[in-house]
Write a protein of this length. Structure first.
Length: 583
């Protein structure tokens, strides 16, 4: 039997994906075939209530599972029940509205994307869907996360939408929305001020024409802002940082077992000699380190290339990449990469707008003239500025190296970085600290990242701890949020604390900052070093990623417990909070 699993609009992006994954695993166990389209399905399972936009379900048997708790508890039973309980879907059903907008129900499509593509991307999507549900509007949100495009919008859905909301912190391709009224915002406002953003969308949305003329392109770039271009570069560089750091950590771990691997003894000229085994020759320490170092060498070019891409679109990519390669070779580091990325991007943007050519040569402009001139000028600029920037990088590295011999300075740096990570939980201050640590990994400086990740785990862990030790002070929904917050904290997703901070910012944020500062200071007092910018505690499964492990874990536990207990003590009960609000 062929099963097709589809999400209802109210399932939420996170729950929908998890439910589909559970059903797929259960189907494999039952020897059922999960297909990719409704046309080839014998029965369709709709995960969650709400609308189904896929018109191909018409005439098919659809089983709507609106109780996701029941699904997670026994997915095999859902699959067993589906053939008998499914009903033939007719166009008149309330499962999906028609694509016509004559009913008066407003239709919204949205795109969300954040630098890491993990937390804000999906939380903002869920907030947008929830607000649309409250207003009785139809809504579908496409996520541009770390694993690619999720819940992809169809051309029919885009065509029938009244407005498009682009809640993106990084540069994303919006060409599919050409000619539609589009409103640009960021994931933060979409998550925290969703209702206000909905109102603004219908008031301020303008018709989107990508690169139609210079003025439109200019307005689009200006809205993104200087900082947004940096975030775009970081988002493309981040997977390379993770891969390079973990592979180098593996090489170090393998190096610690060299004596174990070198167990082959042979006689050469009457002398017993220890030879490398085939395993070590195949995946030896040197091989892994070479791979990791190669990944690290590509970080700066990616950073520069995609900063330039964010500013000038595709024409900016090549000069940015070349400038980044020269920054790497001249040891200008991430400072050189950031500088040359902006230089290349704005240079290409100026050339695109103001370089006038005869009509007969205009076709050569994007494929020959601009790549040639922009790459040449960018390369020369980096060659001439590489020496002073490399001196700045050497000074920064020297200061960071000196922290090992000056624990007081190291502790102060850890306190500052840990506190910054807890100030706005994914906002500008948090991201500034995160960018600092991420870019330093490319220079093989691993101490700052230890304080940053440890401090960033404190807010969600602290809120989870508070809901456990002071359950009576929290509503039922908050208690459930606390459980999810604990899991998000272990994964280094600071945004798990946002629901608590939004309800009670004057108590939550100071407690988290104190806990994060203590954690960051303790982590660097122990001399902790972390070789990957993401993964939370799960990254520690690879030996050598963090050193020393005990001191690092103790730092997180102490800071999270202090912040959690402090908030549990000062938090008002629900009745006290309501009384204060009324007063």
């Amino acid at each position: 039997m062929n099963i097709y699993v589809i999400e209802g609009s109210n399932a939420g992006p996170v729950n929908g994906r998890l439910a589909k994954a559970e059903l797929t695993l259960a189907a494999n166990a039952l020897n059922l075939n999960v297909v990719e389209s409704a046309e080839s399905a014998d029965v369709i399972i709709a995960v969650g209530s709400g609308t189904i936009s896929d018109k191909s379900v018409i005439g098919k048997k659809v089983y709507v599972v609106d109780d996701l708790n029941r699904l997670f508890a026994n997915p095999k039973q859902i699959l067993t029940d589906a053939p008998n309980k499914a009903e033939v879907y007719q166009a008149s059903n309330n499962i999906a509205p028609t694509l016509s907008n004559n009913t008066g129900v407003k239709r919204i499509v949205a795109v969300t994307a954040c630098p890491t593509g993990v937390a804000h991307t999906f939380m903002a999507a869920e907030a947008i869907e929830e607000e649309a549900k409250k207003r009785g509007w139809w809504c579908k949100v496409e996520t541009r996360g770390s694993v690619g495009v999720g819940n992809e919008l169809t051309p029919e859905e885009v065509a029938s939408a009244d407005v498009v909301i682009a809640a993106c912190d990084i540069d994303v391709d919006l060409s599919k929305f050409a000619g539609k009224k589009l409103y640009r915002t960021k994931t933060g406002p979409a998550l925290k001020k969703t209702a206000q953003e909905f109102d603004k969308a219908f008031e301020e949305a303008t018709v989107y024409q990508p690169n139609a003329n210079a003025s439109v392109a200019k307005s689009n770039k200006e809205k993104k802002g200087f900082y947004q271009h940096l975030l775009t570069g970081i988002s493309y560089m981040l997977p390379m940082v993770v891969a390079g750091g973990l592979i180098i950590a593996l090489s170090f771990a393998l190096g610690e077992f060299q004596d174990v691997l070198k167990t082959v003894k042979v006689m050469e000229n009457g002398v017993e000699v220890i030879k490398q085994t085939f395993v070590q020759e195949l995946i030896g320490e040197k091989h892994l380190k070479d791979i990791g170092d190669t990944a690290f060498k590509l970080m700066i070019p990616l950073l520069a290339g995609y900063i330039s891409y964010s500013i000038a679109d595709r024409p900016g990519l090549v000069p940015g990449l070349v400038g980044g390669m020269i920054a790497e070779s001249t040891k200008a580091g991430f400072l050189g990469g950031i500088f040359i990325g902006y230089f290349a991007g704005y240079l290409v943007l100026l050339m695109t707008r103001y370089l006038r050519l005869p009509k007969s040569m205009e076709a050569l402009k994007p494929i020959l003239i601009i790549p040639l001139l922009a790459t040449l000028i960018t390369g020369l600029m980096m060659e001439y500025t590489g020496i002073p920037i490399s001196w700045l990088m050497a000074s920064l590295n020297s200061w960071l190296d000196s922290l090992n011999s000056n624990p007081n300075t190291a502790v102060l740096l850890g306190v500052i970085l840990g506190g910054m990570m807890c100030t706005d939980m994914g906002g500008p201050v948090n991201k500034a600290a995160y960018l600092f640590g991420t870019t330093l990994i490319s220079q093989h400086q691993y101490m700052p990242m230890a304080a940053i990740m440890a401090g960033g785990m404190v807010p969600p862990l602290a809120m989870g701890i508070a809901t456990l030790i002071a359950r009576k002070k929290f509503a039922k929904a908050e208690q459930e949020s606390g459980k999810a917050s604990l899991v998000l904290g272990l994964c280094f997703i600071s945004e798990g604390a946002i629901p608590f901070a939004a309800r009670d910012p004057l108590r939550v944020i100071p407690c988290c900052i104190i806990g994060g500062a203590i954690t960051g200071g303790m982590a660097l007092a122990f001399g902790s070093q972390l070789m990957t910018p993401h993964g939370g505690l799960f990254a520690l499964a690879i030996p050598g990623v963090v050193k020393p492990v005990v001191g690092y874990l103790l730092s997180i536990v102490v800071g999270a417990v202090i912040a959690g207990v402090a908030y549990a003590l000062i938090k008002k009960t629900e009745s006290e909070a309501e009384a204060a609000t009324v007063a």
